[in-house]
Design a protein around this ligand. Structure first.
Ligand code: ATP
Length: 341
Protein backbone atom coordinates (compact mmCIF):
# COMPACT_ATOMS: atom_id res chain seq x y z
CA UNK A 1 0.00 0.00 0.00
CA UNK A 2 1.32 3.45 -0.91
CA UNK A 3 1.57 6.34 1.53
CA UNK A 4 -0.20 8.59 -0.95
CA UNK A 5 -2.50 7.45 -3.71
CA UNK A 6 -4.36 9.76 -6.02
CA UNK A 7 -6.53 8.37 -8.78
CA UNK A 8 -8.21 10.35 -11.52
CA UNK A 9 -8.50 13.43 -9.35
CA UNK A 10 -10.34 16.50 -10.62
CA UNK A 11 -10.91 19.84 -8.96
CA UNK A 12 -12.80 22.55 -10.78
CA UNK A 13 -13.38 26.06 -9.54
CA UNK A 14 -16.33 27.03 -11.71
CA UNK A 15 -15.03 26.72 -15.26
CA UNK A 16 -11.41 26.64 -14.14
CA UNK A 17 -9.91 23.14 -14.29
CA UNK A 18 -7.28 23.40 -11.54
CA UNK A 19 -6.67 19.64 -11.27
CA UNK A 20 -7.54 17.65 -14.32
CA UNK A 21 -7.42 13.86 -14.01
CA UNK A 22 -4.35 13.49 -11.83
CA UNK A 23 -3.14 10.01 -10.80
CA UNK A 24 0.00 9.07 -8.90
CA UNK A 25 1.29 7.07 -5.97
CA UNK A 26 4.05 7.84 -3.50
CA UNK A 27 5.58 4.80 -1.78
CA UNK A 28 6.05 4.70 2.00
CA UNK A 29 9.29 6.19 3.24
CA UNK A 30 10.10 8.02 0.04
CA UNK A 31 10.55 11.70 -0.76
CA UNK A 32 8.55 12.89 -3.73
CA UNK A 33 9.02 16.35 -5.22
CA UNK A 34 5.95 18.00 -6.72
CA UNK A 35 6.96 20.48 -9.39
CA UNK A 36 5.07 22.81 -11.65
CA UNK A 37 4.72 26.43 -12.67
CA UNK A 38 2.57 28.93 -10.81
CA UNK A 39 -1.05 27.88 -11.04
CA UNK A 40 -0.23 24.35 -12.22
CA UNK A 41 -2.38 22.75 -9.53
CA UNK A 42 0.14 21.79 -6.82
CA UNK A 43 -1.49 23.53 -3.86
CA UNK A 44 -4.95 22.38 -4.88
CA UNK A 45 -3.80 18.74 -5.04
CA UNK A 46 -1.97 19.06 -1.73
CA UNK A 47 -4.90 20.71 -0.01
CA UNK A 48 -7.17 17.85 -1.06
CA UNK A 49 -4.64 15.35 0.34
CA UNK A 50 -4.49 17.40 3.53
CA UNK A 51 -8.33 17.18 3.82
CA UNK A 52 -8.71 20.94 3.41
CA UNK A 53 -10.62 20.78 0.16
CA UNK A 54 -12.88 18.33 -1.67
CA UNK A 55 -12.20 16.94 -5.12
CA UNK A 56 -14.78 17.51 -7.80
CA UNK A 57 -14.21 13.89 -8.75
CA UNK A 58 -11.69 11.14 -8.14
CA UNK A 59 -10.01 9.46 -5.19
CA UNK A 60 -7.25 10.56 -2.84
CA UNK A 61 -5.93 8.31 -0.08
CA UNK A 62 -3.33 8.67 2.63
CA UNK A 63 -1.98 5.29 3.82
CA UNK A 64 -5.01 3.63 2.25
CA UNK A 65 -7.53 5.93 3.95
CA UNK A 66 -9.88 8.00 1.86
CA UNK A 67 -9.41 11.70 2.58
CA UNK A 68 -13.06 12.59 1.91
CA UNK A 69 -14.65 9.77 3.88
CA UNK A 70 -12.27 9.73 6.85
CA UNK A 71 -10.67 13.16 7.21
CA UNK A 72 -10.07 12.90 10.98
CA UNK A 73 -8.04 9.69 10.57
CA UNK A 74 -6.09 11.20 7.71
CA UNK A 75 -5.28 14.31 9.75
CA UNK A 76 -3.74 12.16 12.46
CA UNK A 77 -1.37 10.69 9.90
CA UNK A 78 -0.27 13.80 8.08
CA UNK A 79 1.76 16.83 8.92
CA UNK A 80 0.67 19.74 6.72
CA UNK A 81 2.96 22.64 6.13
CA UNK A 82 1.18 25.25 4.00
CA UNK A 83 3.04 27.81 1.91
CA UNK A 84 1.74 30.59 4.14
CA UNK A 85 0.66 30.28 7.72
CA UNK A 86 -0.21 32.83 10.31
CA UNK A 87 1.77 33.50 13.44
CA UNK A 88 0.19 34.91 16.52
CA UNK A 89 1.44 38.27 17.65
CA UNK A 90 2.79 38.28 21.20
CA UNK A 91 3.16 34.52 21.34
CA UNK A 92 6.67 33.16 21.76
CA UNK A 93 8.01 30.18 19.84
CA UNK A 94 7.58 28.02 22.93
CA UNK A 95 4.03 29.26 23.57
CA UNK A 96 3.14 28.79 19.91
CA UNK A 97 4.25 25.15 19.81
CA UNK A 98 2.75 24.51 23.22
CA UNK A 99 -0.57 25.94 22.03
CA UNK A 100 -0.66 23.56 19.06
CA UNK A 101 0.47 20.63 21.19
CA UNK A 102 -2.51 21.30 23.49
CA UNK A 103 -4.81 21.53 20.49
CA UNK A 104 -3.52 18.13 19.42
CA UNK A 105 -4.45 16.70 22.80
CA UNK A 106 -1.02 16.41 24.42
CA UNK A 107 -1.10 16.92 28.17
CA UNK A 108 1.28 17.66 31.03
CA UNK A 109 4.76 16.17 30.93
CA UNK A 110 4.20 14.44 27.61
CA UNK A 111 3.29 17.75 26.03
CA UNK A 112 6.33 19.56 27.40
CA UNK A 113 8.54 16.70 26.24
CA UNK A 114 7.07 16.69 22.75
CA UNK A 115 7.46 20.46 22.36
CA UNK A 116 11.06 20.21 23.58
CA UNK A 117 11.84 17.39 21.11
CA UNK A 118 10.40 19.36 18.22
CA UNK A 119 12.29 22.51 19.22
CA UNK A 120 15.53 20.55 19.42
CA UNK A 121 14.95 18.93 16.04
CA UNK A 122 14.20 22.23 14.33
CA UNK A 123 16.95 24.05 16.25
CA UNK A 124 14.47 26.43 17.85
CA UNK A 125 15.62 26.00 21.46
CA UNK A 126 17.71 29.22 21.39
CA UNK A 127 14.63 31.04 20.04
CA UNK A 128 12.14 29.63 22.53
CA UNK A 129 11.39 33.03 24.08
CA UNK A 130 11.38 35.00 20.85
CA UNK A 131 8.01 36.30 19.65
CA UNK A 132 6.88 34.20 16.74
CA UNK A 133 6.12 37.26 14.58
CA UNK A 134 9.70 38.47 15.05
CA UNK A 135 11.37 35.51 13.34
CA UNK A 136 13.28 35.54 10.08
CA UNK A 137 11.79 33.68 7.12
CA UNK A 138 14.05 30.67 7.73
CA UNK A 139 13.18 30.56 11.44
CA UNK A 140 9.49 30.91 10.59
CA UNK A 141 9.70 27.94 8.25
CA UNK A 142 11.39 25.89 10.95
CA UNK A 143 8.59 26.86 13.31
CA UNK A 144 6.03 25.80 10.71
CA UNK A 145 7.85 22.51 10.25
CA UNK A 146 7.97 22.04 14.01
CA UNK A 147 4.26 22.66 14.27
CA UNK A 148 3.53 20.10 11.55
CA UNK A 149 5.73 17.51 13.32
CA UNK A 150 4.22 17.81 16.80
CA UNK A 151 2.02 14.71 16.46
CA UNK A 152 4.85 12.74 14.80
CA UNK A 153 2.98 12.16 11.52
CA UNK A 154 3.91 9.37 9.11
CA UNK A 155 3.43 11.58 6.09
CA UNK A 156 4.56 15.16 5.66
CA UNK A 157 2.98 17.36 3.01
CA UNK A 158 4.97 20.53 2.47
CA UNK A 159 3.84 23.26 0.10
CA UNK A 160 6.79 25.34 -1.12
CA UNK A 161 8.70 25.24 2.18
CA UNK A 162 11.87 26.63 0.57
CA UNK A 163 10.20 29.64 -1.06
CA UNK A 164 11.86 32.87 -0.02
CA UNK A 165 14.63 31.20 1.98
CA UNK A 166 18.23 32.31 1.63
CA UNK A 167 20.78 29.65 0.60
CA UNK A 168 21.84 28.90 4.19
CA UNK A 169 18.25 28.46 5.39
CA UNK A 170 17.60 26.25 2.36
CA UNK A 171 20.50 23.99 3.24
CA UNK A 172 19.21 23.75 6.82
CA UNK A 173 15.74 22.87 5.62
CA UNK A 174 17.13 20.30 3.20
CA UNK A 175 19.08 18.72 6.03
CA UNK A 176 15.95 18.45 8.19
CA UNK A 177 14.03 16.87 5.33
CA UNK A 178 16.82 14.34 4.82
CA UNK A 179 16.78 13.39 8.50
CA UNK A 180 12.99 12.98 8.42
CA UNK A 181 13.29 10.79 5.34
CA UNK A 182 15.93 8.67 7.08
CA UNK A 183 13.47 8.22 9.94
CA UNK A 184 11.14 6.62 7.41
CA UNK A 185 8.63 9.41 6.94
CA UNK A 186 7.02 9.89 3.57
CA UNK A 187 7.55 13.41 2.33
CA UNK A 188 5.59 15.09 -0.42
CA UNK A 189 7.13 18.46 -1.11
CA UNK A 190 6.37 21.08 -3.71
CA UNK A 191 8.87 23.58 -5.02
CA UNK A 192 9.90 25.70 -7.95
CA UNK A 193 13.55 25.00 -7.24
CA UNK A 194 13.87 21.95 -9.37
CA UNK A 195 17.60 21.40 -9.06
CA UNK A 196 17.34 21.27 -5.28
CA UNK A 197 14.45 18.86 -5.36
CA UNK A 198 16.36 16.63 -7.74
CA UNK A 199 19.05 16.15 -5.12
CA UNK A 200 16.83 15.15 -2.26
CA UNK A 201 13.86 13.42 -3.86
CA UNK A 202 13.48 9.77 -4.77
CA UNK A 203 11.01 10.75 -7.44
CA UNK A 204 9.73 13.89 -9.11
CA UNK A 205 6.15 14.49 -10.05
CA UNK A 206 5.63 17.21 -12.64
CA UNK A 207 2.29 18.88 -13.05
CA UNK A 208 1.35 21.22 -15.85
CA UNK A 209 -2.05 22.86 -16.27
CA UNK A 210 -3.60 20.39 -13.84
CA UNK A 211 -2.17 17.26 -15.49
CA UNK A 212 0.74 15.05 -14.50
CA UNK A 213 3.32 15.14 -17.26
CA UNK A 214 6.13 13.16 -15.67
CA UNK A 215 6.68 10.94 -12.66
CA UNK A 216 10.09 9.42 -12.23
CA UNK A 217 13.62 10.08 -11.12
CA UNK A 218 15.58 13.17 -12.06
CA UNK A 219 17.73 11.02 -14.32
CA UNK A 220 14.71 9.72 -16.25
CA UNK A 221 13.75 13.28 -17.03
CA UNK A 222 17.23 14.17 -18.29
CA UNK A 223 17.34 10.93 -20.27
CA UNK A 224 14.01 11.68 -21.92
CA UNK A 225 15.11 15.19 -22.84
CA UNK A 226 18.39 13.83 -24.22
CA UNK A 227 16.75 11.11 -26.26
CA UNK A 228 14.00 13.34 -27.62
CA UNK A 229 15.73 16.66 -27.83
CA UNK A 230 19.23 15.55 -28.73
CA UNK A 231 22.43 15.39 -26.74
CA UNK A 232 24.26 18.68 -26.21
CA UNK A 233 28.01 19.03 -26.71
CA UNK A 234 30.44 21.87 -26.27
CA UNK A 235 32.95 21.67 -29.14
CA UNK A 236 36.20 23.61 -29.04
CA UNK A 237 38.46 23.72 -32.10
CA UNK A 238 41.90 25.06 -32.91
CA UNK A 239 40.66 26.33 -36.31
CA UNK A 240 38.28 29.23 -36.78
CA UNK A 241 35.15 28.85 -34.66
CA UNK A 242 33.05 29.44 -37.77
CA UNK A 243 34.29 26.11 -39.12
CA UNK A 244 32.18 24.28 -36.59
CA UNK A 245 29.03 26.15 -37.64
CA UNK A 246 29.74 25.60 -41.35
CA UNK A 247 30.45 21.95 -40.78
CA UNK A 248 27.21 21.42 -38.82
CA UNK A 249 25.08 22.84 -41.66
CA UNK A 250 26.14 19.93 -43.87
CA UNK A 251 25.56 17.20 -41.31
CA UNK A 252 22.37 15.23 -40.78
CA UNK A 253 21.08 15.23 -37.17
CA UNK A 254 23.62 17.83 -36.04
CA UNK A 255 22.57 21.39 -35.21
CA UNK A 256 24.74 24.37 -34.34
CA UNK A 257 23.06 26.05 -31.36
CA UNK A 258 25.31 28.94 -30.35
CA UNK A 259 28.82 30.22 -30.92
CA UNK A 260 31.30 30.09 -28.10
CA UNK A 261 34.94 31.09 -27.82
CA UNK A 262 36.89 28.82 -30.25
CA UNK A 263 33.85 26.76 -31.15
CA UNK A 264 30.26 26.36 -30.20
CA UNK A 265 27.47 24.44 -28.65
CA UNK A 266 25.92 21.78 -30.82
CA UNK A 267 23.00 19.41 -30.54
CA UNK A 268 23.29 15.89 -31.85
CA UNK A 269 20.11 13.93 -32.38
CA UNK A 270 20.91 10.30 -31.72
CA UNK A 271 18.85 7.47 -30.30
CA UNK A 272 21.88 6.41 -28.24
CA UNK A 273 24.22 9.09 -26.82
CA UNK A 274 27.17 6.74 -27.43
CA UNK A 275 26.64 7.27 -31.16
CA UNK A 276 27.83 10.85 -30.71
CA UNK A 277 31.32 9.38 -31.03
CA UNK A 278 30.58 8.88 -34.76
CA UNK A 279 30.02 12.63 -35.07
CA UNK A 280 33.35 13.34 -33.41
CA UNK A 281 35.06 10.88 -35.76
CA UNK A 282 33.52 12.66 -38.77
CA UNK A 283 34.64 16.05 -37.46
CA UNK A 284 38.22 14.87 -37.21
CA UNK A 285 38.06 13.17 -40.60
CA UNK A 286 36.79 16.43 -42.12
CA UNK A 287 39.77 18.36 -40.77
CA UNK A 288 38.30 20.06 -37.72
CA UNK A 289 41.03 20.30 -35.10
CA UNK A 290 38.90 19.32 -32.14
CA UNK A 291 40.57 20.15 -28.84
CA UNK A 292 37.53 19.53 -26.72
CA UNK A 293 34.31 17.60 -27.23
CA UNK A 294 32.48 17.82 -23.98
CA UNK A 295 28.99 16.58 -23.21
CA UNK A 296 26.85 19.08 -21.40
CA UNK A 297 24.45 17.72 -18.87
CA UNK A 298 21.07 19.34 -19.18
CA UNK A 299 19.97 20.81 -15.92
CA UNK A 300 16.55 19.71 -14.73
CA UNK A 301 14.92 23.03 -15.53
CA UNK A 302 16.07 22.81 -19.16
CA UNK A 303 14.93 19.21 -19.40
CA UNK A 304 11.51 20.04 -17.98
CA UNK A 305 11.02 23.09 -20.18
CA UNK A 306 12.08 21.05 -23.19
CA UNK A 307 9.51 18.40 -22.38
CA UNK A 308 6.78 20.94 -21.69
CA UNK A 309 7.45 22.51 -25.08
CA UNK A 310 6.98 19.12 -26.70
CA UNK A 311 3.75 18.48 -24.85
CA UNK A 312 2.43 21.91 -25.88
CA UNK A 313 3.30 21.12 -29.50
CA UNK A 314 1.13 18.01 -29.15
CA UNK A 315 3.95 15.45 -29.40
CA UNK A 316 3.14 12.04 -27.97
CA UNK A 317 5.24 9.83 -25.66
CA UNK A 318 7.46 12.69 -24.64
CA UNK A 319 8.67 11.01 -21.49
CA UNK A 320 10.47 7.70 -21.71
CA UNK A 321 9.67 4.89 -19.31
CA UNK A 322 12.33 4.32 -16.64
CA UNK A 323 15.16 2.00 -17.72
CA UNK A 324 14.63 -0.54 -14.90
CA UNK A 325 10.92 -0.64 -14.18
CA UNK A 326 11.31 -2.85 -11.10
CA UNK A 327 13.38 -0.29 -9.23
CA UNK A 328 11.61 2.82 -10.37
CA UNK A 329 8.57 4.65 -9.02
CA UNK A 330 5.19 4.97 -10.66
CA UNK A 331 4.82 5.10 -14.42
CA UNK A 332 4.52 8.13 -16.58
CA UNK A 333 1.09 9.42 -17.24
CA UNK A 334 -0.05 12.01 -19.72
CA UNK A 335 -3.73 12.24 -19.10
CA UNK A 336 -5.99 13.39 -21.87
CA UNK A 337 -9.21 12.45 -20.13
CA UNK A 338 -11.85 15.04 -19.50
CA UNK A 339 -14.54 14.60 -16.92
CA UNK A 340 -18.11 13.97 -17.77
CA UNK A 341 -20.24 16.97 -17.16
P1 ATP B 1 1.63 28.31 -7.13
O1 ATP B 1 2.96 27.71 -7.39
O2 ATP B 1 1.49 29.68 -7.71
O3 ATP B 1 1.20 28.23 -5.69
P2 ATP B 1 -0.03 26.01 -7.75
O4 ATP B 1 0.59 25.06 -8.69
O5 ATP B 1 0.01 25.67 -6.31
O6 ATP B 1 0.56 27.47 -8.00
P3 ATP B 1 -2.88 26.17 -7.38
O7 ATP B 1 -2.79 27.09 -6.22
O8 ATP B 1 -3.23 24.76 -7.12
O9 ATP B 1 -1.52 26.21 -8.24
O10 ATP B 1 -3.92 26.78 -8.40
C1 ATP B 1 -4.32 26.11 -9.58
C2 ATP B 1 -5.34 26.99 -10.28
O11 ATP B 1 -6.54 27.02 -9.52
C3 ATP B 1 -4.92 28.44 -10.42
O12 ATP B 1 -5.38 28.90 -11.66
C4 ATP B 1 -5.61 29.14 -9.28
O13 ATP B 1 -5.86 30.48 -9.58
C5 ATP B 1 -6.89 28.35 -9.17
N1 ATP B 1 -7.45 28.31 -7.83
C6 ATP B 1 -6.86 27.79 -6.73
N2 ATP B 1 -7.66 27.89 -5.66
C7 ATP B 1 -8.79 28.51 -6.09
C8 ATP B 1 -10.01 28.91 -5.46
N3 ATP B 1 -10.23 28.67 -4.16
N4 ATP B 1 -10.94 29.50 -6.23
C9 ATP B 1 -10.75 29.72 -7.54
N5 ATP B 1 -9.62 29.37 -8.20
C10 ATP B 1 -8.65 28.78 -7.49
Amino acid sequence: MSALKVHNLYRYFGQLQAVNGVSFEVPHGSVCGFVGANGAGKTTTMRILATLDYPTMGVAEVCGINVVNHPAEVRRMIGWMPDHFGNYDHMTVLEYLDFYARALGYKGKERRQRVQEVMEFTDLVPLAERFSNKLSKGMTQRLGLGRSLLHDPQVLIMDEPAAGLDPKARVELKHLIRVLAQEGKTIFISSHILSELGEMCDSLLFINAGRIVHHGGAEDLRRSADALGGVLYDVQVANEAQHVADWCVLQPHVEFLEARKHGGRIRIEVDDPAKSADVLARMIKDGLKVVEFHREERNLEDAFIDILGRIERGEKNVVLPPPTPASQPAPVEVSTASPES
